[in-house]
Design a protein. Structure first.
Length: 170
């Protein structure tokens, strides 16, 4: 008997609807080399969990640009880590307090990278990470700006990061 490996059906082909992990003003005016931990997103405390991902093991992170004219340098990127909680959402992994253009915000490889081109990005432009493994426990998201340019203050349109959970069925 043949086994078919198909993408699971769901919302717009996604396992569950995409949801914000960083939104509002979290990314406004984030300077190159600096990092910020989510304070907003799908939940007002900046956390998300396996329940929000529909138990998907894989997904994408999508950046939507909030302000016009943000111009990353060639080879720039946003890097991100899921700051895991060992106790269900009370305490989280900590970051390096001195993140900079030469010091990673967390002392392990990033969980996702969003590559950027060296060109002005207009409001509503979106960029995806490669396919990533999603966390299984409660976490917050830490994002480090390695774009070579300060993210703008979005005014009424703020930059957001969303998770897009995907799954296969057997």
């Amino acid at each position: 008997m043949a086994t078919n490996f198909l993408h699971a059906t769901g919302t717009n082909g996604l396992l569950v609807s995409a949801f914000a992990i960083v939104d509002s003003t979290d990314l406004d005016s984030l300077t190159n080399g600096s990092a910020v931990t989510s304070a907003t997103g799908v939940h007002s405390n900046g956390q998300f969990s396996q329940t929000d991902t529909g138990s998907a093991q894989y997904g994408y992170v999508m950046l939507t640009v909030g302000n016009p004219g943000w111009t990353p340098t060639a080879g720039g990127c946003l890097t991100g880590w899921f700051m895991l909680s060992q106790d269900g959402g009370s305490n989280f992994e900590t970051s390096n307090a001195t993140a900079s253009t030469t010091v990673a915000a967390v002392a392990r490889p990033p969980d996702f990278v969003i590559p950027l081109e060296g060109a002005a990005l207009s409001t509503g432009t979106f960029r995806f990470s490669p396919l990533i493994r999603l966390p299984w426990t409660s976490c917050k998201t830490l994002v480090q700006n390695n774009s070579g340019a300060t993210l703008g203050n979005g005014g009424t349109t703020h930059a957001t990061l969303k998770i897009i959970p995907v799954a296969d069925q057997y």
